[in-house]
Design a protein around this ligand. Structure first.
Ligand code: GTP
Ligand code: MG
Length: 561
């Protein structure tokens, strides 16, 4: 179902999706939700459309931090999950232990007697089977039977039309499409309705076209009754959370609450010397309009104007949440400057508080000491340490701040073996200073093309982010310094003519290949005085202040404060 470009590239679900299957005469609507913790708000919202839940757990890894979160939301809504232990084809998987762990999780989350009595299905979606036991079969009918048996029929409320818009679909032909479950009465084609907004305002409009979900697509219908999920075309203006009601009896459903943002980043127009070279949309007007448009569907996102007309403060749920937005914008042709991510600090009972997260790391036992070391340096506290096959399972409490940049150091420190996941828990008192990046950077002294000759000479000073022949500018971060402290270097010197060796390509082959960093890696890499230039073609890290002398003056005056 992951059909969006970004989803395919990353192998994760970002947007929830609807499909349906008819089994033994019953239509089953299936909603696929994202699993990553940054998209918790989305999960929470679409759960409101659901009459039941399949809780998918990996037969090797067991419940993850986000499993806890989504399960908690489902239990609070009074849903009765069916537990699906997937991937039993994996060698060394432990389906029975995982089942026990899931039971313990239900118990810890105050599940009712009835919820604790959950049905369990085992299987391998990769190999196309699901069964009530660990015996491999050649179909998934036991899973569908469990759905028919354990998921209650939707409540069909009689009365006037009522449907809350819980998600949004988009088609270039039809425009914005409102999706939700009909809660009461029916919704009809050409019906005139009242749209009740979050602030209580009411707008009258007309439904143009109506669809239900059928297999992997949509089917046009003339009427949808309570209990089914429907997609509506032709409402010009609506927001997620609005209720579609009878034109004469506008009665709204409770407003949808979503997770508060935990992180903010400054989005500005591109102000590098390469401004406007690679993008189509580059003015503050373009950027502002696009961000405001995004807030209509991206509920966990908030955008604030700042003192500068060229900068906007964007609040989100985490690096991935904001990273996806930036990546989407750059593909649409935008140029931006992105500041370093800041966690949201709150004052609670007169105390400065910051977000904390639950961090889970699975790592081969030989690296567990290293992991504990790295997390403790960043003010993490270990809660759990246990063996899971040949792996060590570690759980920590850590300020969100400490997580920024942790992934790359963790992967370097464990030869790429650590698997980590984290999830926001709550706000707690500020934990004090957390050390930032330990290495400095090499900065370009000039605006010019880099040369193989210079890069080669500088190889023992740092690991480069640019290739020979790439154009760089003053103040651009072109390499990681092998030591702390920044260095301004000339990476653009042409080869000396006095050199007697035959000039040619042999120099170019000596340079180690550049380090490729993803957008999110850059977001975690940069420090307070640095930012990222994002264009459709490039991602460049740079100092906020490009001029070396000016930077010195500023850091001097800061030091005197
Ligand atoms: N071995 C094995 N791998 C599986 C099985 N099912 C899924 N996978 C793999 O697990 C990975 C994640 O699968 P997804 O379907 O994207 O998982 P997801 O839970 O939807 O992930 P999010 O949408 O990001 O939350 C993919 O690499 C799949 O190929 C299975 O039964 N056995
Ligand atoms: Mg998925």
């Amino acid at each position: 179902m992951d059909n969006n470009d970004l989803e395919r590239e990353r192998g994760i679900t970002i947007f929830s999706k609807n499909v349906s299957v008819t089994y033994k005469g019953t239509k089953i609507n299936v909603i696929d939700t994202p699993g990553h913790s940054d998209f918790g708000g989305e999960v929470e919202r679409v759960l409101k459309m659901a009459d039941g839940v399949l809780l998918l757990v990996d037969a090797f890894e067991g419940p993850m931090p986000q499993t806890r979160f989504v399960l908690q939301k489902a239990l609070q809504l009074g849903l009765h999950p069916i537990v699906v232990i997937n991937k039993v084809d994996k060698p060394n998987c432990r389906p029975d232990e995982v089942h026990d762990a899931v039971f313990e999780l239900f118990f810890n989350l105050d599940a009712t007697e009835q919820q604790l009595d959950f049905p369990t299905i085992y299987g391998s979606s990769k190999n196309g089977w699901m069964n009530t036991s660990l015996t491999e079969i050649d179909n998934i009918f036991p899973l569908l039977d469990a759905i028919l048996e354990h998921v209650p029929e939707p409540k069909v409320n009689e009365g006037t039309t009522q449907m809350q818009i819980t998600s949004l679909d988009f088609s270039s032909f039809l425009g914005r499409i409102a999706v939700g479950k009909v809660a009461r009465g029916t919704v009809k084609e050409s019906q005139s309705i009242a749209l009740v907004q979050a602030d209580g305002g009411i707008k009258r409009m007309k439904i143009k076209e109506l669809y239900t979900f059928e297999a992997l697509g949509k089917k046009r219908v003339t009427e949808v009754s309570a209990g089914d999920i429907c997609a509506i075309v032709g409402l010009d203006e609506f927001n997620i959370g609005d209720t579609i009601c009878d034109i004469d009896f506008p009665e709204a459903l409770p407003v949808i609450s979503v997770d508060e943002p935990t992180m903010s980043m400054m989005f500005s127009i591109n102000n590098s010397p390469f401004f406007g070279r690679e993008g189509k949309f580059v003015t503050s007007r373009h950027v502002r309009d696009r961000l405001m448009k995004e807030t209509e569907k991206n509920l966990a996102l908030r955008v604030e104007d700042t003192e500068s007309a060229d900068s906007f403060l964007v609040y989100g749920r985490g690096i991935l949440h904001l990273g996806i937005l930036i990546e989407t914008m750059r593909r649409e042709g935008f140029e931006l400057t992105i500041g370093n991510p800041q966690v949201l600090v709150k004052e609670i009972d007169g105390k400065k508080c910051e977000p904390y997260e639950n961090l889970v790391v699975d790592v081969p036992a030989e690296f567990s000491g290293k992991v504990i070391d790295l997390v403790t340096q960043r003010k993490g506290e270990m809660l759990i340490m246990e063996s899971k096959g040949e792996m060590q399972h570690l759980e920590f409490d850590i300020p969100s701040r400490g997580l920024i940049g942790l992934r790359s150091t963790m992967l370097t420190g464990t030869a790429g073996e650590a698997v980590m996941a984290h999830r926001f828990t709550d706000y707690r008192p500020w934990k004090g200073n957390i050390p930032g990046r330990s290495n400095g950077v090499l900065l370009s002294k000039n605006l010019e093309k880099t040369t193989a000759y210079s890069i080669d000479k500088l190889q023992d000073r740092g690991r480069f982010f640019v290739d020979p022949g790439e154009e760089v500018y003053t103040g651009q971060i072109i390499a990681e310094h092998i030591k702390p402290g920044d260095l301004n270097v000339n990476a653009t010197e042409p080869k000396k003519l006095t050199n007697h060796r035959a000039s040619g390509s042999d120099d170019a082959t000596k340079a180690a290949p550049k380090i490729l960093m993803t957008l999110e890696e850059c977001m975690e890499y940069i420090q307070q005085d640095e930012c990222i230039e994002v264009t459709p073609k490039s991602i460049r890290m740079r100092k906020v202040v490009l001029n070396e002398d000016e930077r010195k003056r500023i850091s001097k005056s800061m030091g005197q404060d």
